[in-house]
Ligand binder design. Structure first.
Ligand code: ATP
Length: 461
């Protein structure tokens, strides 16, 4: 991850406290004093998360003929992680301050102090830590233990299995494990991709920055299989653009995204090219998504370790080969953080009146329409509002609110990003129309009840 270029901790703190107050993200195990930077997605947060997953699945699986999806297990045969190199090499370097005993990720510490990215190079990290210039961010001293590698996979035991079992550190493993089952059962034609959304677990040395770095998180990953003789550069660029487009569909402005190509000397031996897509989070630039050309490394290794042939027969060219793979990977929790930080707005309406409004793209908004009877003690209004609510609720996530004055109800819905509020008043009983108020413009419009379905069909695509 690149180091922070801009600090906007005030915004970060606001988003964290807003997320808790309005039911988006709660600290995990809070009644027990919290637990290891874990979080729960609350009622609105889990709607937002589901909407992001659905948008991703729709974009990358349902609407494409060259993609299929799977949903694989979290615990896989341990040999798979030996084959992929995770058992021996999925490490981060940690270092402890001998004075205050605080632990850090060595490469992040060195990068923050010197700007040099020494990830994966223990010798150089130790050299940098020994020269006395890198101070402990906690106590200010420079007295470090040796930096040493920590394997990031969580180990567990399983009944009837003698060896250690791991919680998957990425979702990609299950995709390679199912390559044969997919090609045997589906009529996929190269180039094609297999997609998966699911949990991954990494025993990160330091978790933090809210939901940016968690030990239990979700990924949305694709393995896109191509002919090894294909000119891949165009496809690679295409995937990068699709990844950026997806970030923009979450609300990210174009200029809050940038690409970071891994320098040749930092590439894994099998990778032809790896690019991170970074986002300007409130705490600075950080990796959001990644794209790597992984050659035939994975299929070849899994074939070797499993003893199962993993290749593809191309009927068009009459050739049998081990496909190469492009791997676009998307972090779901980081996508949620993008959606929250891009949507958060405070608007000064004058005279000290600040409107907090989450300007989510409509596809992401946890609640699409709020329905209000003007007064809660007038049964005719409440009944009419309930009738409209029950019709709209069949198609959209709706909320019914009859509490307090309408202005306050608007503000509550603005805060959770509801694009439309609909008020049933006394005129409704006469003219069969309602007031529809737009979250962003705050403009109000009278719409006939009979036109509501078409109106929302157009607005809430
Ligand atoms: P980083 O450099 O930030 O540790 P990484 O390069 O190890 O990330 P990948 O292995 O490429 O990440 O994982 C793919 C995606 O999964 C990342 O782009 C990110 O969105 C997400 N991700 C990785 N680690 C975490 C984590 N600890 N918490 C939340 N999301 C994560």
């Amino acid at each position: 991850m690149a180091s922070a270029k801009q600090n906007n901790n005030e915004l970060m703190e606001k988003i964290v406290s807003f997320s808790k107050r309005r039911g988006f993200v709660f600290p995990g195990s809070e009644i027990y004093g919290g637990f290891a930077n874990s979080y729960s997605y609350g009622p609105y947060g889990s709607e937002l998360k589901t909407n992001i997953k659905n948008l991703w699945w729709k974009n990358f699986v349902r609407s494409r003929e060259d993609m299929v999806g799977i949903d694989g297990p979290i615990m896989l045969n341990p040999r798979l992680w030996a084959a992929s190199g995770h058992t021996s090499g999925f490490n981060d370097a940690m270092v402890d301050c001998k004075e205050c005993k605080k632990r850090f990720r060595a490469d992040h510490l060195v990068e923050a102090a010197t700007g040099k990215d020494l990830e994966g190079d223990l010798a150089k990290l130790n050299e940098a830590l020994k020269d006395g210039k890198i101070k402990c961010p906690n106590c200010g001293k420079s007295n470090w233990t040796d930096a040493r590698n920590l394997n990031l996979m969580f180990k567990t035991q399983m009944n009837g299995i003698d060896e250690d079992v791991y919680l998957r550190p990425e979702t990609a493993g299950a995709i390679f494990a199912d390559f044969k089952a997919v090609t045997d059962s589906m009529r996929v034609k190269i180039p094609f991709g297999i997609a998966q959304i699911g949990k991954a677990f990494r025993n990160e040395i330091i978790a933090g920055n809210f939901i940016f770095r968690l030990r239990e998180f979700e990924q949305m990953e694709i393995e896109y299989f191509i002919d090894p003789e294909m000119k891949w550069e165009g496809k690679f660029e295409e995937w990068l653009e699709l990844q950026e487009k997806f970030a923009m569909a979450l609300g990210a402005p174009k200029d809050s995204l940038r690409r970071h190509e891994h320098p040749k000397e930092k590439l894994s031996h099998y990778s032809r090219k790896t690019v991170d897509i970074e986002y300007l989070f409130p705490f600075g630039w950080g990796e959001l998504y990644g794209l790597a050309h992984r050659g035939d490394f994975d299929l070849t290794k899994h074939a070797e370790f499993s003893g199962t042939k993993l290749d593809y027969f191309d009927q068009v060219t009459n050739r049998r080969f081990v496909p190469h793979v492009l791997e676009p990977t998307f972090g779901l929790d980081r996508s949620i953080l993008v959606a929250l930080s891009a949507a958060y707005h405070e608007e000064d309406l004058g005279e000290g009146d600040i409107r907090t409004v989450m300007k989510f793209p409509v596809a992401l908004a946890p609640v699409k329409i709020a329905v209000f009877p003007l007064l809660k003690n007038k049964p005719q209004l409440v009944d009419k509002a309930k009738e409209i609510f029950s019709v709209l609720q069949k198609e959209y996530t709706c909320e019914f609110d009859d509490n307090g004055n309408v202005g306050k109800r608007y503000r509550r819905q603005d805060e959770i990003g509801t694009p439309y509020c609909l008020t049933i008043d006394f005129d409704t009983l006469e003219d069969e129309s309602v007031t529809v108020r737009d979250r962003d413009t705050m403009e109000q419009q009278r719409i006939k009840i009979s036109d509501l379905k078409d109106y929302f069909k157009e607005k809430l695509v």
